[in-house]
Design a binder for this molecule. Sequence first.
Ligand SMILES: [Zn+2]
Length: 425
Amino acid sequence: MCNLRGLLPRCALLLALGAGCGAAPEDLAAEGPPEGIGSSQHALSSIDCGESSDVGYSNGNAFTIKLVTVDGKKVEKTTANAYYVMAQAAAAAGVHLKVVSGFRTMAEQTYLYNCYTSCSCNSCNLAAKPGYSNHQSGHALDLNTSASGVLGWLNAHGAAHGFKRTVPSEAWHWEWWGGGPGGGPCGSCKPSCKGSKIVSSDCGEGDCAAYGATCADDAKGVRCVSVFCPALGSKKVCVGQSLIGECKDGAIATGDCGAFGAYCSTAGAPEARCVSVFCVASPSDPPKPKSVCLPNGKLASCNGDGALTSAVDCPTGQSCAGASGDARCEAPASPTRAARQPPTPERRRPRCLPTRRRSSSRRAGSRRPRSAVAPPIGGSRTAASSRAPRPPPRARSRCSASSRCSRGSRGAERPELHALACSRR
Ligand SMILES: [Zn+2]
C-alpha cells in the first residue's frame, strides 16, 4: 500500500496518472507547506470567538461546520479551543505557536488540488482531493513549525493536548481529534434556563417542553425535569388514571398499573401506588381494608393500600354475595329464610289457582318461582294455560291473607274436581 514515508514520489506519480494509490485517510490530508510556516512569530496566538458557519467536508460528505478565528484564520470551534489551550501552555514555556492555515473551503481545496495535479502553482505541492482534506473537516491545522523551538515543543507536548502530527513528510500539519485538558475560550456558555428552554455548555438551546418537561436550575444543575415530578428528590406520582411514575431529581420512569388490573391512585396516601380496581370505585376513592367479591366468584380481601391480599373460593354450596366491604360466602336463600321475610302485599293475598300444572309440580317436589307457575290474574296466559280449559268458577279458590292453601287433602291434588281448602295459618 501507499505509505508516504519514502514512497511519496511514487504515489504522487500514480495520482498524477489518475491511478489509485491506495492511500490511507491521513495520506489524503497531505499537502504542501503553506506560506508562512517559516516566519518567526513572537506574538501570542490571538483568538476571536465570534462564530460563523460554512460547509465542511468529511470523506466527501458535506456538513455545517462552526468556525471561529485564530490568528486571523478560520478554525473549527472545538479544534480552536484545544489549540488555544495548547498555545497558552507553549507561551508559558516561551514558545509561540501560530496558526498558518486552518479551515479550507471547497474552493480553496480545489485550487490547491489543481495546483498539485497541474503542477502550475503552489510549488506543485501535494494536496488532498477536494472534500477529503482534514483542513475541510476542521481537524487539521498547519502551524509555524519553522519558527524557533516550535517543532521541538510540539513533538514533546502536542500529544498531551490531543494534537498529532499525521503526515510524516509535513512537519507543519497537526490534527486534533479530541483529547487534551479541555476548556478553551470559545463556545463555552454557562448552562442556564430560559423559560422552558435549556441552554447547554456549547451554547445550544433545546426546549424541555417538547418532552413534557420544564427547565430547572438548582443544586443538581441545569436540566429538563418532568412536569409530573418535583425537581429534587424521589417520589412516586400518577400520570393519568393508569400510569405510575417514579421520579428521581426530576427524571421520570413510568409503569402501567392498568397492566395489573389497577388504577394509579394518590387518594389517602402521600405517594402514588397501584390500587386494584376491585378495591376502590375510582382512583379518587381512598382504599381501606375490606372484603369484596371478585368477578370469578372468589371472596377476596383488600388491604389499606388497595391491594388484593387473598382470594379464596367459597365452600361448596355457597357463593360470594354482599356489597363491597360486606362480601361473604353464603348459601343461596332457603325457604326458611324466605318465610322470615316480611310478607309482601302479594303474599298477603295468596291465590290458589287449581290447575293441573301446579299440583303436578308439587308432586315432583320442585319449588319454582310463583310467576313461573301461575302468572298473576289478568296477566298474560302461557301456552299451557291456553290449552287447559278454564276451570268452572266453583273450582277456583281464593284464600284470605290469614289462611293458606291446604296441601293435605286429595282434593287439592284434583282441583278440577274439588275446591282447594283454605286453612288457618
Ligand atoms: Zn495541512
